[in-house]
Write a protein that binds this ligand. Structure first.
Ligand code: CP
Length: 314
């Protein structure tokens, strides 16, 4: 693995999951591994969990993290080759990324989509500029189309809890939201859950089907009630339309999960990456009840990041 941007193989996924669970038991066992090394965490967008957990993961490995909130504190970056920079941008990505590559052993980058330029978002254009020009291993802290550290933490969470001798039934269900939300978490969760050979169902209203590049191998339905039957893990997430790119077609509150939705899945656990809009995406009774895994997922973000950084350190 040269960069950490997506699900690559079942073998690598299992290696990282097992490494994360081992680090959870002994976080400081590899304190020498990152000694005299630095990770640069570049945020072009806001974060709570990713920012904190990646820094803690690096520190657990004896590595120094330096966070740059480029959206607020950095120069406005120009991304386009050959641009005449006579407007708002101050520094070209090819200059900035090369400098960052010379300062750090590993870069980690968050770059959300525009949700207006579908082709550019699908190509993960902004994130890939950092790979192209930094010359260093790059970890995705959430790109336009994927959030692999979140998904690895989600797989760690499922594997930590699942003790049955069968594949769990995992349901990814759309939830209402008032804003146009990226597809990255949903895409990535589907990619990793399918890649880990879980029994995956995706439920969303008509008009909200995800990019098929991420959902091959999943059962896709527009009927949430049918999807939830016998579910073991239910992952809740909003996303905007993919075909009618970045648009909101529905805010149907019937899709927000409450206890009433679990009659046919009495033992199902509920997952969400956070931040969550309470009583819009998910009800208080679910988030504050015994089904909720959201805090465990957030805790596991540390050990997922630690496993990835450790793997890249070699
Ligand atoms: N789940 C997640 O990535 O949270 P943040 O956006 O707060 O980092």
């Amino acid at each position: 693995m040269k960069h950490f941007t997506k699900f690559e193989s079942l073998e690598l996924s299992q290696t990282l999951i097992e490494s994360a669970l081992a680090y959870k038991g002994s976080p400081f066992v590899d304190q020498q591994k990152g000694r005299n090394k630095r990770i640069g965490c570049i945020f072009l967008n806001p974060s709570l969990r990713t920012r904190a957990s990646t820094q803690i993961a690096a520190l657990n490995l004896g590595m120094e993290p330096i966070v740059m909130n480029m959206d607020k504190e950095g120069w406005a970056l120009e991304m386009r080759e050959g641009a005449v920079m006579n407007k708002g941008t101050v520094e070209h990505i090819k200059d900035a990324a090369a400098v960052l590559g010379s300062y750090f052993d590993i870069l980690a980058v968050r770059a959300f989509p525009s949700l207006t330029n579908k082709n550019e978002d699908i190509e993960d254009f902004v994130f890939n500029q950092f790979i192209k020009y930094s010359g260093k291993p790059v970890i995705s802290l959430e790109s336009a189309i994927r959030h692999p550290l979140q998904s690895l933490a989600d797989m760690v969470t499922i594997q930590e809890l699942w003790k049955e001798n069968r594949k769990p039934k995992v349901v990814l269900t759309w939830a209402p939201h008032i804003k146009a939300i990226p597809h990255a978490v949903a895409n990535s969760f589907a990619e990793w859950a399918i890649g880990n050979e879980y029994d995956v169902t995706i439920a969303n209203p008509i008009g909200y089907d995800l990019d098929p590049a991420f959902t091959k191998g999943a059962h896709i339905t527009h009927n949430q009630e049918e999807a939830l039957v016998d579910a073991d893990f239910v992952y809740v997430k909003n996303w905007s339309a993919f075909n009618d790119y970045g648009k909101i077609h529905s805010t149907d509150s019937a899709w927000m999960l409450t206890e009433n939705h679990f009659a046919a899945a009495p033992t199902a656990k509920v997952m969400h990456c956070l931040p969550v809009r309470r009583n819009l995406e998910l009800s208080d009774e679910i988030l504050d009840g015994n089904r909720s895994l959201v805090q465990l997922q957030a805790t596991n973000r540390i050990y997922a990041a630690q496993a990835v950084i450790s793997h890249l350190l070699g």
